[in-house]
Design a protein around this ligand. Structure first.
Ligand code: NIG
Ligand code: FE
Length: 401
């Protein structure tokens, strides 16, 4: 995927397929990539790990939007939705996100760490070597800190890189006696400095929606975050529009969801530098329409695809499956889907050091037992990698499981 631009549609013939190739790894990075024979002749002293039979090697997959730090289950929401209640109705009745907040607050930090670790390891087996993880089920200074510390600890225990994001602006906590702006002001004043001090995250997210925070109330919050040097990301246009405009106005790194985006929002995103992140897992989870991915790409936007793995709207947590399904419904090329879960997803996390198989980048990659890269998405997620490397180390090997 070298040489493909960050934005816009991509035809499959723009992909470079290297045959009989090899990768030279040193100190966790890709030192060279090219013909196996040539590399072997040039690097006589090197230890060789040769794959037998045909394999397709892809960059390690990047899941740029998850909520895998949580406690409890929302199986009852699923049953209620299928019986006719909407996601927003369930939220209004005190279920939904608030239910997970209640359960997460009860969980000690080590319990959250363990669950996050377990889920991250499941994603790793599916090829995911970098995974964003949001807080947002604490909704107080102390409880958000507990979540972000758990995420940091989990990161030290897993092979994948966990990229933490503060989502204290997920919803107005029901036990908060005061206004939305009062809550956000308190978070900005008390939590933001600790996030910096402890190195817990450099990303601030907010859910902009009628049931969560309005664009007016979020503006001073984002303003403060920007002054402190945080990157901004937004849960935008999930059920109603408005969030994507805030993302563009605040020069956010990404605007995620976009299921409700119309041609106006699509045009706005396409001419901005904001990465548009589709979350097909939430569409599948809620039975809603997909993000207009085809239109976004055709308008010239940069499209990333992430799992949104969370206990409520997206419990499946399988990036490859969801990306393949989005591809089918939105008529995306193989190249567009693969870009969306690799280098375009890296851009959604503001990471320049990964996402392509290229000299100088991290040696994160996964191998699929096939001679044709198209088999991967064609199998709609049922075809998983047999081996996964993180920083040049073999982190998962199907044969030893
Ligand atoms: O991205 N939309 C808001 N937040 C999450 C869902 C969280 C939940 O339902 O627990 C999302 O879909
Ligand atoms: Fe989300």
């Amino acid at each position: 995927m070298t040489g493909i631009s960050l934005k816009g549609a991509i035809a499959d013939d723009k992909l470079t397929v290297l045959s009989d190739a090899g990768i030279i790894v040193a100190e966790g990075g890709i030192q060279a990539i090219g013909s196996f024979e040539e590399l072997r002749n040039k690097h006589k002293e090197i230890e060789i790990h040769e794959l037998n039979g045909n394999h397709v090697c892809l960059p390690g997959l990047i899941d740029a939007h998850t909520h895998i730090c949580f406690a409890g289950s929302r199986a009852k929401d699923y049953a209620m939705r299928n019986a006719g209640k909407s996601y927003l109705e369930i939220a209004k009745a005190g279920g939904g996100i608030w239910d997970t907040v209640t359960q997460t607050r009860k969980a000690p930090q080590p319990t959250l760490t363990k669950r996050t670790q377990k889920l991250a390891n499941r994603h790793l087996k599916n090829g995911v070597t970098t995974l964003e993880v949001k807080s947002g089920y604490g909704l107080s200074v102390a409880e958000e800190l507990k979540m972000l510390r758990a995420i940091k600890e989990a990161d030290s225990l897993v092979a994948a890189d966990l990229i933490p994001t503060c989502l204290a602006a997920h919803m107005l906590p029901k036990d908060y006696e005061g206004s939305a702006s009062g809550y956000l002001a308190e978070i900005a004043e008390k939590l933001f400095p600790i996030l910096k001090e402890e190195g817990l995250t450099n990303r601030i997210d907010a859910f902009i929606e009628e049931s969560a925070f309005s664009k007016e109330v979020i503006a001073p919050y984002f303003q403060q975050a920007k002054v402190l040097g945080f990157d901004i990301t937004v849960h935008a246009d999930q059920f109603s529009t408005g969030g994507s405009k805030v993302a563009v106005d605040f020069d956010a790194i990404s605007a995620d969801h976009l299921e409700a985006s119309t041609d106006i929002e699509i045009a706005l995103l396409a001419k901005s530098n904001v990465i548009a992140t589709a979350l097909p897992g939430a569409s599948i989870g809620l039975g809603c329409s997909f993000t207009p991915a085809r239109k976004l790409l055709d308008a010239g936007a940069a499209l990333a695809i992430a799992s949104d793995h969370n206990p409520g709207s997206a419990p499946m947590g399988d990036l490859l499956t969801q990306a393949a399904i989005l591809g089918t419904f939105e008529k995306l090329t193989n190249a567009e889907v693969l870009a969306g879960i690799t280098f375009r997803a890296a851009a959604a996390l503001n990471l320049q050091d990964r996402g392509r198989l290229k000299e100088g980048l991290l040696a994160d990659f996964c191998a699929f037992h096939s001679g044709d890269y198209r088999e991967i998405l064609y199998s709609q997620g049922n075809f998983k990698p047999c081996m996964v490397w993180k920083n040049g180390e073999l982190a998962f090997d199907k044969h030893s499981h």
